[in-house]
Design a protein around this ligand. Structure first.
Ligand SMILES: Cc1cc2nc3c(=O)[nH]c(=O)nc-3n(C[C@H](O)[C@H](O)[C@H](O)COP(=O)(O)O)c2cc1C
Length: 408
């Protein structure tokens, strides 16, 4: 359990802070909501008090004997400002302390995450961009806003990321510190495959696997938070797109191969800086796909299904790698008589030739569909980094920590 301050600015997206508050308290954290006066014009204090179980004040003239304007910041382990309005970013960058939230920002020595939301013009204005740069230079995290529908009929960058994304990223900062979400992937193109392919047998049935796509989603969310331009090639994933991420849906291994080669840049498009193969791609597919549903014939046993080999997408991405591109593979391994999990993974890394291989031990089925994970990151230079058990977002943050120093 951590002590989190949830600052709320006076934007129309303030209503989403109630859902973020709910997500953080349900994750077991003690959340103190510090809205601005303007925020309370959008959402009532009673909502924040009831959902947090803590009192809500906006100015420094309450709880004077407790000196709340100093104590709340000093005792916080994380401050999340959601939404951060243009005005609030300006006041924070200027070091103002004209309400309880800005005073709290000046006394907090924990990580601070601003989640901006405003109209595109306000976001792109040089004044706002300078304020964001100032806050980042001083060590705060300022998430890039999502692109999408704004308050009115217009749309563009400035939309508040969804509460589930912000809650997941807040947990990353709590687990791994502010460095995990530095804005150092701005201007980088990242392509990530996620989910599991389905190889059809007939119009109804397929050969599939148990990958949920959650690890790939977490990798995309963390990369987007760090400023990257992210594309997810998603094989049969039933999850809402992470904020700011473009999703290309695919079904089979062949479709995934075509989409990955195109997005990575071997199809002639803009080359990606990083290519991550987190999807579980079927090694084999049925040799033929029946045009009509295979019928049950009660008189005889069913025919065996002949299989043929699917293309090795990771190996092909490595072969067609563009200059400076970092290629990352994932390996779900189990130990057997021929070797333990790491021995199999080292052999796979050597065989595939990728820069990094993220190894999951899936003995006992403890990874698929679950929110948490653990891994070892093997590098082509022979190093092995243990990623301790944690949320899939925390594992994603550790994988990005291994990738970023390898970027040209
Ligand atoms: C309906 C409405 C919606 C608004 N939405 C936003 C917004 O999304 N982002 C923003 O920066 N300002 C927005 N504003 C303007 C802010 O409310 C105004 O700048 C205010 O001073 C911000 O106060 P704060 O520093 O407490 O956040 C909105 C104003 C109104 C009336």
């Amino acid at each position: 359990m951590s002590r989190i301050v949830l600052g709320v600015g006076g934007g129309v997206a303030a209503y989403k802070s109630a859902l973020l508050l709910r997500a953080l308290t349900e994750a077991g954290h003690d959340v103190r909501v510090v809205p601005t006066e303007s925020a309370l014009r959008f959402v009532g204090a009673a909502t924040f008090e009831a959902l947090s179980g803590n009192p809500v004040t906006t100015d420094v003239w309450h709880d004077v004997p407790e000196v709340a304007h100093v104590r709340i910041g000093q005792t916080a382990e994380l401050v999340v400002v959601n939404p951060a309005t243009a005005d609030l970013l300006a006041r924070a960058a200027a070091g103002r302390a004209d309400d309880l939230l800005t005073a709290t920002l000046l006394t907090a020595h924990c990580p601070v995450v601003f989640v901006p939301a405003m109209h595109t013009e306000m976001w792109l204005h040089p004044a706002t961009q300078d304020n964001v740069a100032t806050l980042r230079r001083r060590g705060s995290i300022v998430l890039p806003p999502a692109v999408g529908r704004l308050t009115g009929p217009d749309s563009g960058p400035g939309r508040l990321p969804e509460p589930a994304d912000v809650a997941a990223l807040a947990q990353v900062v709590l687990a791994a510190g502010a460095d995990a979400l530095r804005a150092d992937l701005a201007g980088r193109r990242v392509v990530i495959s996620a989910g599991g392919t389905r190889e059809p047998l007939d119009p109804v049935r397929y050969l599939g696997n148990r990958s949920s796509g959650k690890q790939g989603w977490a990798l995309a969310r963390v990369a987007a938070a760090r400023g990257a331009d992210v594309t997810l090639v998603a094989a049969n994933v039933d999850l809402p797109a992470p904020f700011g991420v473009r999703v290309v849906p695919v079904g089979t291994a062949e479709e995934l191969r075509a989409a990955m080669l195109e997005e990575a840049g071997s199809g002639g498009g803009a080359a990606a800086d990083v290519v991550v193969m987190a999807a579980a791609v079927a090694d084999f597919r049925p040799a033929t796909v029946a045009a009509t549903k295979l019928k049950k014939d009660s008189a005889s046993e069913p025919d065996a299904v002949p299989l043929v080999r699917n293309p090795d997408v990771l190996a092909e991405l490595v072969t067609k790698r563009t200059p400076g591109q970092v290629v990352v593979g994932f390996a779900a391994e189990t130990g057997d008589a021929d070797g333990d999990v790491l021995a199999h993974a080292r052999a796979k890394l050597a065989r595939k030739g990728c820069n990094l291989l993220v190894v999951n031990d899936v003995s006992g089925g403890g990874v698929f569909g679950r929110p948490d994970n653990a891994a070892v990151v093997l590098a082509a230079d022979g190093t092995a980094t243990d990623v301790p058990h944690g949320s899939k977002d925390a594992v994603a943050a550790a994988v990005w920590r291994a990738i970023t120093p390898r970027l040209a």
